[in-house]
Write a protein that binds this ligand. Sequence first.
Ligand SMILES: [Zn+2]
Length: 391
Amino acid sequence: METIVHEGWALESRVPSLVENLEKLSTRAKKLGCPAITWEVTDETKRSEERDDITGLVVRVSYYRLVKVSGAAPVYNGWHLVAVIDHIKEDGTNLFRVVPGEELPEHYRKTPQHCDHCGHSRYRKTTIVVRHEDGTYKQLGSACVKDFLGHPKPESFLWQAEWPSIFEGMFNEGGGHREWEGYDLKTFMTVTAAVVREFGWLSRGKANESGGYATADIVNGNVADLIGGRKMDVTLLPEDEVMADKTINFINSMPQDNLSDYEYNLKASFELNMVIPRYEGIVASGLNYFMRKNDLLEKKEWKNSVHVGTVGDKITVKVKVLNIYWFETQFGSCGVHKFLDNNGNIFIWKTGHHGLVPDDEIVLKGTIKEHNEYKEKKQTVLTRCKVLEKE
Ligand SMILES: [Zn+2]
């Protein structure tokens, strides 16, 4: 018995179906009286990445696992199967499947339909090439195969020749189109941070109720634009990358115990280290979860924000920087700085760079320019401000 071994890198997500196929194959081999096949799903994995040419960001990733399959070819009176030839045209155009580990002499590629045993050359769809231990090859019609391989059903041996075609689909090697399993987690989270910064967070459930676009869907659209070389709706800022890193670290370092179902699934979805379509929603929600857990989200009490002072008054307030929305004007960058005082009142100051970042606690002196409302929250808009103290 010769042992045939095939080693290949299978897409991680396809390993279960590869094993399922191998199980079917093994059952079939047993039924047909062929030697059993065995396989080993190894611990060896590798990652491949696709980078965006312009931004240099890793956009899509795949994980592969090394799988080893082995089996023994049935040998009868010194003969064993080498290849199955499908004669697709009478002019000698053939397709052939070679048993892994075997070599098919080149002249068989264009061999006509013929049987070396009985000498018949009648029309056959399929012929089989066998090899003797002494190195002799023979091409056989199906009726004569049993004399050589000792099995009444020559199709029985096809399962061996099917190996390569099964592996072609299951293993990603030898050219062909490359399949990507998912988006890179870091890039996906960076885009999520940019989307949340620019549009706020909207869950799929709330989006369905309100008819808006869910954050996860906007993120997906933007990542697809990035991969397609199109302009994204959002601009990625360094702080988005920081936010992505913080979120990933936070979720990855969550302890396993005492997690809710949501938290458990969230953690598991981050462990994949890539984002597959099915988990886009939960992965994107990780950012919202991180912000909520770290007090970076808008709080409910802000709904009670009231207008402070009278328009035209000069005031001094102790506030915390909530967030800053940047946009471009003909005079340069303008940041809408949003602050919160200890009573839950919102203050706005549109200005250039003052080196402020979210969470900074400062004392601000300025003139009340107007009282307005944004998203049903009352805001006191300041102008000509000065940062008096920064903690
Ligand atoms: Zn024959």
